[in-house]
Design a protein around this ligand. Structure first.
Ligand code: ZN
Length: 201
């Protein structure tokens, strides 16, 4: 029999996400102590500095999906942040200094959250015009990321955003946008099997 491996950060974030969606800040901090094995003052400070997950009016299916996923993103951030702050405090830093050092990470997390909301608004607008299956258009040049380039010219279902997220929110400065669906194109993330041709003798 093999011994159970220690839970990964991802598993811990998964455990934290549903608590985050339903709990007060104190409840979230207590949960973070359990899942990330950090001290309560560290957990409470990290949760307080992150603030509440901003709510936004639901205007369509893309925003609904993004809102549902936001707790998971926040949980992943909180686990990682608590780890960093705890490590800094262990190394002799004050809690205040450790939180100040955490600021760029928090800013990046909040910027990504705002980016996801912006993308959802654009996708819902496009869906109102073109339907729930949309096309993915990337700006193709030397700066296009591999993920965005792979998604270009494919389709996605607005109600179930692909693993890379929505067009416009794959990474900071993502220039992708939703367009009308491409007829007959595969879905984003779908493995396209090339049909093997049988040689005819
Ligand atoms: Zn992109």
């Amino acid at each position: 029999m093999t011994q159970a491996a220690a839970p990964t950060d991802r598993q811990q974030a998964q455990a934290l996400a549903p608590i985050l969606a339903a709990s007060t800040a104190a409840g979230v901090a207590a949960a973070l102590v359990t899942v990330a094995a950090v001290s309560l003052p560290v957990a409470a400070a990290v949760v307080a500095s992150a603030g509440p997950v901003a709510s936004s009016p639901v205007i369509g299916p893309a925003m609904t999906a993004v809102r549902a996923a936001e707790a998971s993103y926040r949980a992943a951030y909180l686990v990682a942040a608590a780890r960093r702050v705890q490590a800094a405090v262990k190394n002799g830093s004050s809690l205040r200094a450790a939180l100040a050092a955490e600021k760029p990470y928090l800013d990046a997390h909040l910027a990504a959250q705002a980016n996801r909301k912006r993308a959802a608004v654009a996708v819902d607008k496009a869906a109102a015009r073109h339907g729930l299956i949309l096309g993915w258009k990337a700006r193709m040049d030397s700066r296009t990321s591999a993920e965005c380039a792979a998604a270009d010219g494919r389709n996605f279902d607005v109600r179930r955003p692909p693993g890379i997220g929505l067009p416009g929110s794959v990474h900071p400065h993502c220039r992708c946008r939703p367009v009308a669906a491409f007829a007959g194109a595969p879905m984003v993330g779908e493995t396209v099997r090339t049909q093997r041709k049988v040689a005819v003798a």
